[in-house]
Design a protein around this ligand. Structure first.
Ligand SMILES: Cc1cc2nc3c(=O)[nH]c(=O)nc-3n(C[C@H](O)[C@H](O)[C@H](O)COP(=O)(O)O)c2cc1C
Length: 462
């Protein structure tokens, strides 16, 4: 769960129960440098950094970002340079280091598998992020929000420290032209280490056709699927066909959007079902349908170990326990263009806060070709004038919000704006939050182990 809601601590706690723990790789480099700037309480980042084999990158990160006393009150975070098609080796190494540390800490002290989740749409950091995770021995790579057709092959190459590339989506490319994102592990080593284990690759899909296409046409091996339905937290796949909306402005899903699990089973690969499956009976059902298990987000997002900022977690849970939360699927908020679920509740600190249009982290920027043949970048959450000047359509900016800043805010690392205010958060969750009261049974908090015990309480092994 992005950005660092499923952080190393949560993934580690889940893995200690014997299940697979998954860390989010989205924006992990910014999360990492913000933790360092906030004093690295507990010393966990530094413990991970000590293990990173490329020492100059480790030393540089400490020198530039570690603030033993934290930031002064009201002091903004030092930003990382935004990613572009080509970045310096040092920028790549910082990304590799951040991912390495997250996976290293998630794997510490147990033998259960640990995965990393990436959004396919966030293309520019994908290669160094994957490589950093592999250096720490990540066991699974899970990727949705796009069509991760080339990732299996990339993992094969990176395991052997071979150069890898991804086709780079650039709008307005002349027909027949192709741009790539390239990454050469070799430039980071004097002598590359022994080959790495190739993690298993699980695309996250919301349709039979995409699963079938990936099973047949992906480069490298696909090792299974996560099948995610539209009640899941975070981004959702849009409904198929002509978009229709209910009276709350939410996309309407129909029978056409249901994935036929019998057909998924025919592909002969293991699969996990996600979206509203955080219930023991849903796990039993999924297993009857041939699934290897379930992927659960919402219940874990609000457990003690998750990265959600404590005050937000407590406030949302207290309201949810009384049935006083509303989870809305908002089609326009996310610059990705995918619908995203947003939690609304009475004490939401974002209500009444002004959200300035901004793009200063740039993870969701889209690349385009300029009139003079260069690659430039734009995000529909940036100021309208800048977006339009770069050839973007004004209507694409309507209602878009800077998800990068909002998601850093929700995990307790909000940027401080020039006027001294904090960037407001956006809390995402699955529809299951509305009925979490039953699971809570009067509790005000619970652990990841409580969630796993609950899910397995129908005595279905998973
Ligand atoms: C707070 C939150 C953030 C999420 N972020 C991501 C993400 O970055 N990438 C992703 O593939 N899925 C993300 N998800 C979806 C989960 O990985 C999972 O598939 C989903 O939550 C399962 O459905 P459930 O919410 O009904 O349990 C997120 C879910 C939540 C609740």
């Amino acid at each position: 769960m992005g950005a660092a809601v499923s952080n190393w601590r949560l993934a580690n706690a889940v893995a200690r129960t014997g299940q697979m723990g998954v860390v989010s790789g989205t924006g992990i480099d910014t999360v990492f440098v913000r933790r360092l700037q906030d004093g690295d309480r507990g010393g966990h980042m530094r413990r991970g950094i000590e293990q990173f084999p490329i020492r100059r990158a480790a030393d540089e990160a400490i020198r530039r970002y570690y603030r033993p006393e934290g930031r002064a009150p009201g002091e903004p975070y030092t930003m990382l340079p935004m990613y572009r098609q080509v970045v310096s080796p040092a920028r790549q190494e910082l990304t590799m280091l951040a991912t390495f540390v997250e996976v290293f800490l998630a794997k510490e002290g147990h033998d259960a598998p640990v995965g990393i989740n990436l959004l396919t749409k966030v293309q520019m950091l994908a290669l160094p992020t994957l490589y950093g995770a592999m250096l720490a021995g990540v066991d699974y790579v899970l990727m949705g929000a796009g069509i991760p057709r080339e990732i299996g092959g990339v993992l094969d190459l990176l395991a052997g420290h071979q150069p890898a590339r991804l086709r780079f989506d650039v709008e307005g490319l002349p027909s027949g032209a192709v741009e790539y994102l390239e990454f050469d592990p070799g430039i980071h080593w004097e002598t590359p280490p022994a080959p790495l284990a190739r993690p298993k690759f699980l695309p996250i899909v919301a349709s039979n056709s995409l699963a079938k296409m990936l099973a047949r046409k992906a480069t490298g091996q696909v090792d299974g699927f996560v099948i995610e339905g539209p009640t899941a937290g975070g981004h959702n796949a849009p409904p198929r066909g002509e978009p229709r909306f209910n009276e709350r402005g939410e996309p309407i899903y129909s029978e056409n959007d249901k994935v036929d699990l019998a057909k998924i089973k025919e592909l002969g690969l293991p699969f996990w079902v996600a979206g509203g499956t955080g219930h023991p009976e849903r796990l039993i059902e999924a297993r009857k349908d041939g699934a290897a298990g379930v992927q659960v987000g919402t219940l874990f997002a609000f457990c003690d170990e998750s990265g959600l900022a404590e005050p937000i977690k407590r406030s949302v849970l207290a309201h949810a326990a009384r049935g006083e939360v509303d989870v809305r699927t908002k089609p326009r908020v996310s610059p990705t263009g995918f619908p995203i679920k947003v939690v609304e509740w009475a004490e939401n600190p974002a209500v009444g806060a002004t959200r300035e249009r901004i793009c200063d982290m740039g993870y969701l920027r889209v690349a385009f070709m300029t009139a003079d043949g260069k690659v430039d970048y734009r995000c529909p959450s940036e100021p309208e004038a800048a977006y339009v000047k770069k050839g973007g359509k004004l209507e694409d900016t309507i209602d878009r919000q800077c998800l990068c800043n909002a998601l850093l805010s929700v995990i307790g690392h909000p940027q401080i704006n020039p006027n001294g205010t904090e960037e407001p958060p956006i809390v995402t969750s699955g529809d299951d939050l509305a009925t979490i009261g039953g699971f809570l049974g009067g509790r005000t908090s619970y652990t990841a182990a409580d969630v796993v015990a609950y899910l397995l309480s129908g005595r279905c092994e998973a």
